[in-house]
Design a protein. Structure first.
Length: 73
């Protein structure tokens, strides 16, 4: 249930907020797509932590490039 709520919030962001912001994501997949995939694969707790970590690294001097969601172990 929490996973679905979090995915819904990301989808809301994609549909309502993101179209009004210039697309400058330095990662592939984008942070919002990464968040949805992380939540689907790892659930609300670990997926949420992975998504938050990814968002926090998206800053000047941070990483970039290909960064897939790690597989479930």
């Amino acid at each position: 249930m929490m996973r679905a709520l979090l995915i819904g919030l990301v989808r809301f962001y994609q549909a309502v907020v993101a179209p009004h912001i210039p697309a400058v994501c330095r990662y592939t997949p984008t942070c919002s797509h990464y968040a949805i995939e992380a939540l689907r694969v790892h659930g609300a707790w670990r997926g949420g932590r992975l998504a938050l970590s990814r968002l926090l690294s998206c800053r000047p001097g941070g990483g970039g490039g290909e960064d897939p969601v790690p597989p479930r172990t």
